[in-house]
Design a protein around this ligand. Structure first.
Ligand code: PLP
Length: 314
């Protein structure tokens, strides 16, 4: 749906419900059909290995792991960092992990969420994060803060981007208090593109990152989580526990490799198209778009006359 020339745009109906409705390209289907595969649970699917290595390289981390969904990527990451019962994680009150992931970190991992208010731009104030960190001398009464999660781009804020300076500052805060930093980077390539920074620099402060392949990158299935070798070793065991160990995943990873090669550079077109759409919607009587909020591929608009909250497209 996303990469059309003007003539095609006039002819076709564009499906803009979400960037998750993207369909695999012809090149992806060919790569899938020809993918070299083996049993990934036994650790020997060459195409999965290639994708995981390539994503780790792009992100400047030691290792990567293919997972079936972004939700499982975040769940595994939080559970690896919070592997002691009675752990607490600091989350934005509008974060995907808090709102859209069925509370999995609590129901499956016994991890207690501590919410901090998300600002309109997707950030959380640094002093509020620091105030939410539990005093380790709290003794009998407190869970132990072990992790901070941030999200970039921030979906519920309309795809706003957290910049390098902010991300680094949260990383410094985490280090100062002996905490880990997980970045929900479902759309991290959108953020890096919009900010004009390299993605490895943008995620430098994070101990782990979860990246969606099936959003704007356009691959049909999956996410990759990246981090240190020891993080990924633990993540792999948890993936199996959760039922996410799959066999010949090279077929899926082959499409993702095409996505990395062909589609990262096209994200800037998505962003241009989103701005164009937002500008057009804003001219329609009764609709209102906050133009400053359209930084990436999400457009939110308010219908002024009726009490309809928000419709999201991309
Ligand atoms: C889509 C998304 C995820 C993961 O979603 P899945 O549908 O499970 O792949 C995680 N975080 C954010 C911000 C997302 O937009």
């Amino acid at each position: 749906m996303l990469y059309l020339d003007n003539a095609e745009m006039v002819r076709r109906v564009l499906d803009m419900r979400s960037d998750t409705v993207t369909k695999p390209t012809e090149a992806m289907r060919i790569a899938m059909a020809n993918a070299e595969v083996d049993d990934d649970v036994l650790g020997c699917d060459p195409t999965a290995f290639h994708l995981e290595t390539e994503m780790a390289r792009l992100m400047g981390k030691e290792a990567g792991l293919f997972v079936p969904s972004g939700t499982m990527g975040n769940l595994i990451s939080v559970l690896v960092h919070c592997d002691v019962r009675g752990s607490e994680v600091i989350l934005g009150d509008l974060s995907h992990i808090h709102i859209y992931e069925n509370g999995g970190i609590s129901t499956l991992g016994g991890v207690h969420p501590r919410l901090v208010k998300n600002n309109k731009d997707g950030t959380m104030d640094l002093d509020l994060i620091e105030a939410a960190i539990r005093d380790p001398k709290g003794g009998l009464y407190f869970p132990t803060t072990r992790l901070i999660c941030i999200e970039n781009s921030h979906a519920n804020s309309g795809g706003r981007c957290l910049n390098v300076e902010y991300t680094d500052k949260v990383g410094e805060l985490a280090k100062k208090h002996g905490l880990k930093l997980h970045l929900d980077g479902a759309r991290i390539f959108n953020a890096a593109t919009a900010l004009g920074v390299s993605v490895d620099r943008l995620v430098q402060a994070a101990d782990s990152v979860s990246v969606c392949l099936s959003k704007g990158l356009g691959a049909p299935v999956g996410s990759v989580i990246v981090g240190s070798k020891s993080f990924i070793t633990k993540a792999k065991a948890l993936r199996k526990t959760l039922g996410g160990g799959m066999r010949q995943i090279g077929i899926l990873c082959a499409a993702a490799l095409v996505a990395l090669q062909d589609n990262i550079t096209k994200l800037q077109d998505d962003h241009k198209n989103a701005k164009l759409l937002a500008g057009g919607l804003n001219e329609i009587t009764g609709l209102k778009v906050d133009m400053n909020s359209v930084e990436t591929n999400i457009v939110s608009f308010l219908q002024a006359s009726i009490n309809t909250p928000k419709i999201r497209g991309s």
